[in-house]
Design a protein around this ligand. Structure first.
Ligand SMILES: [Cu+2]
Length: 143
């Protein structure tokens, strides 16, 4: 009887450990959600940017989509010297020397990096020099 009682308790302990693990995984998922997201759509040879105020030191995601039937490029010096990850067609490129991404018609790319420098950051299309856009980064103290 006592042994049986212990067994039940061990099982309960197992349940608790499992639940703690689930809670921890849930926390990791929440952290991923705290990324700040910028949506950039390329349409009719223009960058259309949707952003909320961006804060320094936060994981930032730029989602670029090329809606045109023309090949474009999304490049910026804002990634200079900062570890940057670019995902395109399931392939991830990571490094400090990532300057941007070329986008074929109807293609999209996801760029991940941490904001480290405040101010206005210009991005452009190297194929069409008239295509430019900008992101505004606020310092945490200004928010
Ligand atoms: Cu272009």
């Amino acid at each position: 009887m006592t042994i049986g009682g212990y067994r039940v308790q061990w099982r309960r302990l197992g349940m608790v450990v499992t639940m703690v693990c689930l809670a921890w995984m849930h926390g990791a998922a929440l952290q991923a959600q705290s990324e700040q997201v910028v949506e950039v759509t390329i349409k009719d040879f223009r960058f259309v940017t949707k952003q909320s105020p961006l804060r320094l030191g936060y994981p930032t995601v730029i989602r670029v989509r090329n809606e045109d039937a023309e090949r474009h490029d999304f490049s910026s010096t804002m990634f200079e010297g900062i570890p940057t990850q670019i995902e395109k067609d399931g392939v991830i490129v990571y490094g400090r020397g990532v300057g941007g991404a070329f986008l074929d018609p109807k293609q999209d790319a996801t760029i991940r990096f941490d904001m480290t420098r405040p101010g206005r950051h210009v991005f452009r299309c190297s194929i069409h020099p008239t295509m430019t856009g900008e992101l505004l980064l606020l310092s945490a103290e200004a928010v």
